[in-house]
Structure formats: C-alpha cells, structure tokens
Design a binder for this molecule. Structure first.
Ligand code: BGC
Length: 545
C-alpha cells in the first residue's frame, strides 16, 4: 500500500518550540558551534604513533586530514594530561602537563596548530569535579590531618559510628561501593567515582582560582573550548544529606541526587563563560551534565552559561518512533526556551556503541546508519564518537584480564562495560593493529575489524564511512533552519527543514510513499518505481523539495 504524505511546503511557520534559530551555514562565522559537527577523539584508542599500543597526540595529529576529509568542524580530545590512569585519564595529577603516554606539550601545541591549518577547531576535556589521588593537593591533604589545612580543598569528614568506622553518609560511588574512603588517620574523603578520584571542594575559592588558571593555560595555547567533565557534580547539597534509599548512583540515570545537578553549579559555569568570552574567536564550553529532564539540562546553556550540553536523553532513547519524536520535541523546546542549540549525540566513550544498543548485527547497523542520518538532519550541533563513522559495534567479549575500566571492577554490573566501546579503531584492512599503530593495541581488536577499516570502506558507496562523508557534505550545503513534523504512516517519522524532508522508517518492513522529492541520500538502497518511494525497513533518507 502507498501511504500519502502531506506536502512539506506551505505549512505554517513552526513555533519557537518546534525549532531553533537558523543554523549558520559555515563553521567560520559567529556562532560556529550552533550547528557544528564535533568529532570525539578518544586519544588512547585513535592512533598510536610510537608503537606502544596506546594512542597518542602525534598519532592523532597525523590522522587529522582524515577528519578534515570526513567533513567535521571540530575535534574533542579526551584527557591527555599527566595521570596515573586509574580512570582512563579522568584522574588528573597535573592539569598543565601532557602525560608521557600521550606525548608532551609540544605535541599538543602541534596538534592544535595543525587542526587550525586544516580548518578544524579543537576542544579539550577539563576535569573539575575531582583530581587524581596523586595530585599534589591531595598528597598534601593526606599528609596533614588538620581539617582546616590542605584538606579544605577536598571533602574530608569524620566517620559515623562509635569510632568513626562508618562513612559520613550513605552516598554510593558511580563506579560502585561507598563514595567514601577512610584514610590511615581515620578521616574519610569523598569520591563520587573511584577512590583514586577525590572530589574537590568548590566552596573553596582556591579551587575556583586554580581552574580559572588551568582554563587560561589551554586557551592561551589556542584551544577553542572545553568539554566539562561531570559539569553537574561540582556542588554538593548543603550538609551532604543521606539519600535514604541506598540505591546505586548512576552517571547516566535521571535520579535527583544531593550531589548532582545542584543549583550552585550554575554560578561556576557563569564564571567560566565570562572567562571564555574574554578570549577572541568564540571559545566554547560544553557540559557533560546528566540532568533529570530536558528542562533541567537547558539551564546549563542559558545565554550567560555554557554553549552546549550533550543531549543524553536522545542517546538513551530506544528505537521507538513515539519516544524518538517526543525526545526530539522536548529537547528542542527546552533549548529554544533559553535560545541555545540542541546538541545531539548517539555514542561516546562511556556507553555501549549504538549499533549494539539498537539490537546488534545487521539490524543494529541498519538502525545506526539510519539514526545518523536522522541526527544529522536535526537543527543543532552533533557529536560523532570515533569509529561510529565506520559502523563499529561494541566489543562484548573482552576477557576480564584485558579490561581497564574501574567501573568493571567496582560495580555490580552497572556501567561496567566501558572498555567495549574503547577498543582502538581500525585504519587499514591488514597490519599489526589494523593501522592503529606499528605495535599491538591496548585492547584486542576483533578479527573482522579489518573489513571495517577506513581503508576498506573508502570508495565503497555502500559503506558507512561514505554515508557519513556524503551526509556531512550535504549538510554543509543545506540551508538549515527550524524543523517541523509532517504526518506519515505508523512507524515512519517525517520531518521537514527548509528545503529538506527526512524520512525515517523505524519499522521492520518496507513503507511505500509518494516520492517526497529528489532523493539526496539514503542509509539503505532505495527502490523508486514510478512516483513511489519504497522506504526500506530501519532506514532513513533525505529528500530535496
Ligand atoms: C567521563 C567518564 C569518567 C567520569 C569521571 C565522565 O563522565 O566521561 O569517562 O569516568 O566522568 O571523571
């Protein structure tokens, strides 16, 4: 049966809740970040220049031309700072130094310069919620039991119980187990993550000053902005009250908790916005904030706060048309209410890769390709996680002895599989680590990944890499503007944006429609007999109207 699709032209203009300010058409001008496509480089798994099996800054620099060719606007580099690597570098011992594993400051400088020469901006991570337990501040705090001395930079408390043998409250670490660890002198310190990641005390002005200085250090080196780790966690509820229900805290959850999404964090972000604005060239801040709702998340991107906040509601949305549509509507409405763009993301280094989330195998890949086209058709900015342009699945069978994620070892199953999305990406069909480096790779790559490599997919018009390349090139040419939904048959999402119609078939069968326009790109082979378009199962297409 052929379903009728309402015409995309001549409809009333969308309300503010339906769309956003028109996208700027290039990454050159003002507001470049409003529709930027930003590629996440997980440094240790991207490219290894020295053959030690661990990706590094020089490796990333050498591969930047691939990213320029892919058609992105900016890269986000995960932490490469001096760190004992208790949590993949999210435990920083020196915020102004490059860990020798990843290179040195000259390599960072070279990466930023090379990226700029290629027309790419560079965003780096900043980790302000906690330091490493090897940071000089924490070492000083451990050495001096005076609660009014060096310990004031962290959260040290006496324990409960007759002998202080119980933690100060019932908070659980995101990685499992109590959020408190006892020092040899009997005091307890707070760590929302691993014990090697003590939480900083943001009531202490010295902490503010130190991070202002760290941001300036990297801005002076030329970076274009920061991804702010745990941007919702720096402020804890006054008095650190018990939660009461003894539930494991979850980074990706939507619970209301006394240590996440407290109103006080916004003052910190306002201060950083002023600092970012004091530099030329629109340097940005992007919040990694897991907030309970789209409205709470939008508070992080008010005009005087950060520029972007990852839309994890979209990432967590199941392959279900009504849910997808309402997440998109709610996100656009919430961010429009504060004049910010929505920032779409499907995968990152903390979650199971989306082809696997969407069911795995051929079906998961089909859906992942379709989801990418949907995401790239939406108004706002988009993040791409390295390897998603290759359609890489999660690696689900890593043996325990190679795993490094602290969550795997501490949590009872929750969030315990972050190594599977961090396996080094394949560049060539053959070779020691499929071109990742001259040596091996810190996590083993599946044998079939040679066929998914950049080299193997390049030039194959049906490959996921060429789909991303074409979609990104087309996206640059599209005029942008707000979106609206058009009616469609059950299971088909149809959205229109200034000259573009995007059709997403979420069902397991072909859906027939009168051809909506000129086919621009499709995630699956499209059959178009006469004036009919036969939209394949789990596929997405863009049409010019
Ligand atoms: C990062 C994680 C990290 C955690 C603690 C995050 O949300 O993305 O990889 O484990 O913060 O720093």
């Amino acid at each position: 049966m052929t379903h009728e699709l309402a015409p995309a032209v001549g409809l009333p203009a969308p309300t503010a809740a339906e769309g956003q300010s028109p996208a700027s058409s290039s990454s050159e001008g003002r507001d470049w970040w409003r529709d930027a496509v930003i590629y996440q480089v997980y440094v240790r798994s991207f490219a290894d220049s020295d053959g030690d099996g661990i990706g590094d800054l020089r490796g990333a620099t050498e591969r930047l031309p691939h990213l320029a060719e892919l058609g992105i606007d900016a890269v986000w580099l995960t932490p490469f700072y001096a760190s004992p690597q208790a949590d993949g570098g999210y435990d920083v011992a020196d915020y102004r130094a490059v860990d020798p594993l990843f290179g040195d400051l000259a390599d960072a400088d070279d990466l930023v310069r090379t990226a700029h020469e290629l027309g790419l901006r560079v965003i780096v991570d900043v980790v302000p919620n906690h330091t490493s337990d090897q940071h000089p501040w924490f070492l000083a705090a451990l050495a001096d039991p005076d609660p009014d001395g060096a310990r004031r930079r962290y959260h040290f408390r006496p324990g409960r119980g007759a002998h202080g043998e119980l933690p100060p409250n019932d908070w659980e670490s995101v990685f499992g187990g109590p959020a408190w660890t006892r020092t040899p002198d009997g005091a307890w310190y707070l760590h929302l993550f691993a014990p090697e990641q003590p939480d900083l005390n943001w009531d202490n002005q010295e902490v503010h000053e130190e991070f202002d200085s760290v941001l300036r250090f990297w801005l002076d080196l030329g970076v274009d902005g920061f991804r702010i780790d745990v941007a919702h966690g720096m402020v804890k509820a006054a008095g650190m009250p018990d939660i009461g229900h003894g539930e494991q805290a979850s980074l990706i959850g939507s619970q209301t908790l006394p240590f996440f999404d407290q109103d006080g964090v916004h003052e910190i972000h306002r201060g950083w916005r002023r600092l970012l604005d004091s530099y030329p060239g629109e340097r940005i801040g992007v919040a990694e904030a897991w907030a309970p709702s789209a409205e709470r998340l939008a508070l992080y991107v008010r005009p005087d706060e950060l520029h972007q906040a990852f839309n994890f509601q979209f990432l967590r949305c199941p392959w279900e048309p009504a849910a997808m549509r309402s997440v998109i509507d709610e996100s656009l409405a919430a961010t429009a209410s504060v004049g910010a763009p929505t920032t779409w993301v499907l995968s990152n280094h903390d979650v199971v890769r989306h082809p696997t989330r969407y069911g795995g195998g051929a079906q998961g890949l089909r859906r992942a390709r379709a989801a990418a086209l949907l995401m790239l058709a939406l108004p706002g900015s988009t993040y791409i996680y390295q390897g998603e342009e290759l359609g890489l699945p999660e690696v689900t069978d890593l043996p325990s002895e190679v795993r490094q994620d602290p969550a795997f070892f501490r949590a009872a199953g929750q969030d315990g599989f972050r190594d599977g999305c961090r396996v080094p990406i394949p560049w060539t069909a053959k070779g020691p680590s499929y071109g990742f480096g001259e040596g091996g790779s810190w996590l083993p790559q599946p044998a079939e990944w040679g066929a998914l490599s950049v080299a193997a997919q390049t030039g194959d018009p049906l490959s996921t890499l060429e789909l991303y390349r074409s979609a990104l090139a087309l996206r640059r040419q599209l005029p942008g503007g707000p979106m609206r939904w058009l009616p469609g048959p059950d299971g088909l999402l149809v959205l229109a944006r200034n000259g573009l119609v995007c059709t997403l078939n979420t069902t397991a069968s072909v859906v027939e429609l009168p051809t909506p326009g000129r086919l621009l790109i499709s995630s699956d082979v499209m059959d178009q007999p006469g004036d009919t378009a036969r939209i394949p199962a789990d596929s997405c297409a863009w049409w010019a109207i």
